[in-house]
Design a protein around this ligand. Structure first.
Ligand SMILES: Nc1ncnc2c1ncn2[C@@H]1O[C@H](COP(=O)(O)OP(=O)(O)OP(=O)(O)O)[C@@H](O)[C@H]1O
Ligand SMILES: [Mg+2]
Length: 253
């Protein structure tokens, strides 16, 4: 599939200030994301990964820097109501702890973004059916989240993130609460989805194994991108582990 730039981030900085503290969570971050590309972000705890995702999702405002979607920069993208519209049209979120609505069924949780968009019911049903099938949830569509395993709940969360076909999926430790086999299934589902729908994914992870599913890995340390790795070799895992080890060793010297 043709690739083009969907997102560009230039000189993004975030300073948290409060009484008696000042944290530079992001220091002049710049990178580009293409359509159909999956970028993994690996970094030590506190290196600014969640801060970056929150800003890219317009849940938080940067101190400096420019974000462009499809080459367009909107100065007030962090102010309501623009921020909500930006999220609705561009972003799907997947979190470590699923964030499903407990009183709604699987199909209701998945259809939520379309309902919020005001889409007609006759258009919602076929889309929900397609996503439920893609996520392997056909037998669980009437279940509530509490009746599902962690992996199944994460499939629902992914279904909800992709149903409105947002060009960008932001995933913060999406497999952090799942065992090895379930994580592999979820990651394969994300890769399938990205290929079928040409969506782009930014995935934060501590796990080098998870990062091998990405096209590219950005390594974060202390608010900066300190290294990058393009996946595609047979021994991606070894390279990623080695680079990450070098970064964490730098911490202890
Ligand atoms: N709302 C906030 N107010 C003040 N400081 C904050 C806030 N959110 C994050 N920070 C600080 O910013 C830095 C980056 O935090 P962030 O949550 O982005 O790290 P992270 O890379 O996601 O870490 P982890 O791997 O532990 O999730 C940390 O030093 C953190 O304490
Ligand atoms: Mg985090």
């Amino acid at each position: 599939m043709n690739r083009k730039e969907i997102l560009s981030v230039n000189g993004l900085s975030k300073v948290y200030k409060g009484e008696g503290f000042k944290v530079e969570a992001l220091k002049q971050i710049s990178f580009r994301l293409e359509t159909g590309e999956m970028i993994a972000i690996m970094g030590t705890s506190g290196s600014g990964k969640s801060t970056l995702l929150n800003i890219l999702g317009a849940l938080d405002e940067p101190t400096a820097g420019v974000i462009k979607i499809n080459g367009q920069h909107s100065k007030d993208m962090f102010q309501e109501p623009k921020a909500s519209l930006y999220r609705r049209d561009n972003i799907g979120f997947i979190f470590q702890s699923f964030h499903l609505l407990k009183d709604l069924s699987v199909e209701e949780n998945i259809s939520l973004p379309l309902i919020l968009k005001g889409e007609e019911k006759s258009l919602i049903t076929p889309k929900v059916n397609q996503v439920i099938e893609l996520m392997g949830l056909t037998d669980w569509r009437k279940h509530r989240p509490v009746q599902l395993s962690g992996g199944q709940q994460q499939r629902v969360a992914i279904g909800r993130a992709i149903i409105a076909a947002p060009p960008i999926i932001l995933a913060d430790e999406p497999t952090g609460n799942l065992d090895f086999n379930t994580s592999r299934d979820i990651l394969n589902a994300l890769v399938d989805m990205k290929q079928q729908l040409n969506q782009s994914i930014i995935l934060v992870t501590h796990d080098a194994n998870v990062a091998t599913y990405a096209d590219r890995v950005l390594f974060f340390h202390d608010g900066s991108i300190v290294d990058e790795y393009k996946c595609g070799a047979e021994n991606d895992l070894e390279y990623i582990l080695e680079k990450f080890k070098t970064i964490t060793e730098r911490l202890t010297v």
